[in-house]
Ligand binder design. Structure first.
Ligand code: MD3
Ligand code: FE
Length: 187
């Protein structure tokens, strides 16, 4: 069972899980997200290691996160269409289909690491892995469900984190997938 909507879980100093915080707004959020994904289609970026990511990504706002064999960056244009990203709500959109995962990593491509990252989960539940700023420390597991919002700041901003391979399932609103939106101060 997930905690009831409105409950808070302190994950670590600077990291708070707001259970079901965005659930009532889900239809509006999905509509806005669909509009972004129509303008800037989801893409499987190539990593510097030469792999194609299982997570599909889109962006909106002034700068969007992209990757190619030369490295990661925040770019003003979608490298595929060469068009600017759709207007705010400024965020990175990740789509997970069953089996898709995101390996343990730190988010440090943003210019001002004092700003927190806010994430919103929609659709199928995910097992979120949350470690510490040291790669060697074992990661804790948290279940993130539809409508959950997490704020990651302060001492948690540089923690290693990832998403375990998505389990198959069917979500009433989103279908067979999970969307994750992250709002970040990048420029
Ligand atoms: C903790 N996305 O896009 S969101 C990512 O569910 C990313 O798609 C995951 O990690 C996803 O980089 C997790 C939660 C999140 C985002 C950024 C963080 C947790 C974080 C930055 C620092 C610490
Ligand atoms: Fe991340």
């Amino acid at each position: 069972m997930s905690p009831t909507a409105g409950a808070l879980t302190q994950i670590a100093p600077g990291a708070v899980l707001l259970h079901g915080f965005a659930r009532e707004a889900d239809a509006d959020l999905l509509q806005a997200t669909r509009s972004v994904m129509t303008q800037a289609p989801l893409r499987h970026w190539q990593t510097p290691g030469g792999y194609s990511m299982s997570v599909a990504m889109s962006n909106c706002g002034a700068l969007g996160w992209v990757s190619d064999p030369k490295g990661y960056s925040y770019a003003a244009l979608d490298p595929v269409s060469n068009l600017p990203w759709p207007a705010m709500p400024a965020c990175l959109i990740n789509e997970y289909v069953p089996g898709a995962k995101l390996s343990l990593h730190q988010d440090k491509d943003e210019k001002d690491l004092r700003a927190p990252i806010v994430s919103l989960s929609m659709g199928l539940p995910a097992v979120f892995l949350f470690g510490t700023p040291s790669r060697k420390d074992r990661a804790q597991r948290y279940r993130l469900v539809h409508g959950d919002v997490v704020v990651w700041g302060g001492p948690s901003r540089l923690a290693y984190h990832g998403v375990a391979a998505l389990a198959d399932g069917e979500h009433a609103l989103l279908g067979r997938r999970r969307l994750n939106l992250t709002f970040r101060c990048v420029g």
